[in-house]
Design a protein around this ligand. Structure first.
Ligand SMILES: NC(=O)CC[C@H](N)C(=O)O
Length: 254
């Protein structure tokens, strides 16, 4: 089994490790640069990106993380982790923060507003449903979430989230009357993939639906295929990936 690392400086790393465990995979906590040598893929969790960046800087993790990405090893950033992987972030605190980079995109750090504007939404996820089966939508948990504003040519969009377009609605009274019964919607990108890099603005580790984790494990497994024929299901183990049965979502806060 290829070893999956989870950056464990801050944020929802335990929840990612629990989600991996539900798939029969052990996630290894990564806190030091040398520990990256023991893993073949990495999850960077959500949390608070400025704090996480300060801790990563303190532990001298940035050069090793950049090297890991440059080597083409699979890395998945969720929420603050997506910010870490972006080549460019806007809406940063004064003085900015260091990024790992690699994903050819611009993210807005708090696109959806402050903590109290956190929300959940059913997102159409055609690519995920095609690869992993299950429903055509995924329940996205957005906690003071970022969004992707711009992407480069090599980046695939895996999910978008509808946002009410207040600009259109309020720009003129004529438009307002016309749109009265149908609030116009725009969409913002919330999940992307570029080669072996995956980024989601929401928190799949906080739901019982393990399809994003399983999707990432397959990416990791495919990336490792040149050197071994590893499976994401442990030998003699049980495949706990999506079985088509509806699952009850975990409570987000207990
Ligand atoms: N849930 C999250 O990871 C929030 C990320 C937050 N917007 C940040 O800048 O770090």
């Amino acid at each position: 089994m290829a070893a999956v690392g989870v950056l464990a400086l801050q944020g929802s790393f335990n929840e990612h490790i629990a989600a991996l465990a539900r798939l029969g995979v052990k996630g290894m906590e990564i806190r030091k640069p040398e520990q990256l040598q023991n893993v073949t893929s990495l999850i960077i969790p959500g949390g608070e990106s400025t704090t996480m960046a300060k801790l990563a800087e303190f532990h001298n993790l940035f050069p090793a993380l950049r090297e890991f990405v440059k080597m083409g090893k699979p890395v998945w950033g969720t929420c603050a982790g997506l910010i870490f992987l972006a080549d460019k972030a806007i809406g940063q605190k004064t003085g900015g923060q260091e990024l790992v980079g690699g994903l050819d995109c611009t993210v807005h750090r708090n696109f959806f507003g402050s903590q109290i504007q956190s929300f959940e939404a059913e997102l159409p996820v055609p690519e995920l449903a095609c690869k992993e089966g299950g429903p055509e939508t995924f329940r996205g948990v957005f906690i003071r979430a970022p969004a992707v504003l711009e992407i480069g040519p090599g980046v695939d969009v895996l999910a978008e989230c509808p946002v009410p377009s207040t600009n259109v609605l309020y720009s003129s009274s004529a438009v307002q009357i016309q749109e009265e019964n149908s609030v116009p919607e725009e969409k913002v990108i919330v999940a992307i993939k570029q080669g072996n890099l995956l980024g989601t603005a929401f928190h799949p580790e906080l739901t019982a639906d393990t399809r994003w984790h399983s999707y990432f494990l397959k990416m990791a497994s495919e990336a490792g295929e040149g050197t071994s024929s590893r499976s994401v299901v442990p030998a003699g183990g049980v495949d706990l990936s999506y079985d088509g049965k509806p699952r009850i979502d975990l409570p987000i806060f207990q």
